[in-house]
Design a protein around this ligand. Structure first.
Ligand SMILES: Cc1cc2nc3c(=O)[nH]c(=O)nc-3n(C[C@H](O)[C@H](O)[C@H](O)COP(=O)(O)O)c2cc1C
Length: 206
């Protein structure tokens, strides 16, 4: 199938997707900001996250985010709360590498502690990352790369942090659906996970 058709199936089937709002800095010192919903956590020790920038649909070129990460080995993942959706969507056009999308979006860069790309002040959770590995899947339009990063410092707004956990109602993170649609995480339901104990013969239950 043409990659565009596969893409529609991919973004319609894997929903809702978390969004990494990734800040990077080029070797020349230009800040860059872009959203990636092919994003997830990998493991907590070491603390690894992953996201996947595709090649540009028209030319097959690498996106600025990937080029910057390959140049500097550093990036910041900023979590997208509902209030950030409007400024984030302004960073979607494929601006040239000379454009600082912090300015386009009207967002505030704050210096990171351990990496050169700035954090997004308005984001409630910011993860400073060092590049671990880029896995490339082709070089043409429709291809992409998997970027694995080691989170070396996390900044969490006190308003979303309770007893070592993130409060989802305070965070108001959004998920990406297909096209221009997003999902709120407000319709949640509890369901207890089974344990081995549930399958033990009655007499063995403690
Ligand atoms: C919510 C959202 C999610 C996105 N997810 C992805 C993604 O997972 N992969 C991708 O290549 N582009 C994704 N994009 C598009 C990129 O953000 C866009 O191509 C951007 O211009 C890349 O910027 P850069 O060249 O500065 O890296 C997404 C855009 C939005 C608004």
């Amino acid at each position: 199938m043409p990659w565009q058709d596969n893409y529609k199936l991919l973004i319609g089937s894997i929903v809702p997707r978390p969004i990494a709002f990734v800040s990077t800095r080029s070797a020349d010192g230009v800040n860059n900001l872009a959203a990636f919903s092919f994003f997830n956590g990998v493991c907590p020790k070491p603390f690894i996250v992953a996201f996947a920038p595709m090649r540009r649909g028209a030319t097959g070129e690498k996106k600025d985010t990937l080029r910057n990460i390959e140049e500097t080995g550093e990036f910041v993942v900023n979590v997208v709360s509902e209030a950030l959706v409007a400024p984030m969507s302004r960073t979607n056009p494929e601006f040239g590498p000379e454009v600082d999308e912090f300015e386009v979006a009207g967002l505030t860069p704050v210096p990171s502690d351990l990496v050169s790309p700035p954090r997004v002040m308005e984001s409630p959770i910011q993860m400073e990352c060092k590049l671990v590995q880029v896995v490339e899947f082709g070089e043409e339009a429709g291809a992409g790369s998997l970027v694995l990063g080691h989170v070396i410092k996390m900044h969490i707004a006190p308003s979303v942090y309770r007893d070592g956990k993130i409060d989802p109602d305070a965070l108001q993170a959004v998920g990406r659906m297909a096209g221009d649609e997003y999902a709120r995480i407000t319709d949640r339901f509890p369901f207890r996970r089974s344990t081995l104990n549930d399958f033990a013969p009655q007499g063995d239950k403690g």
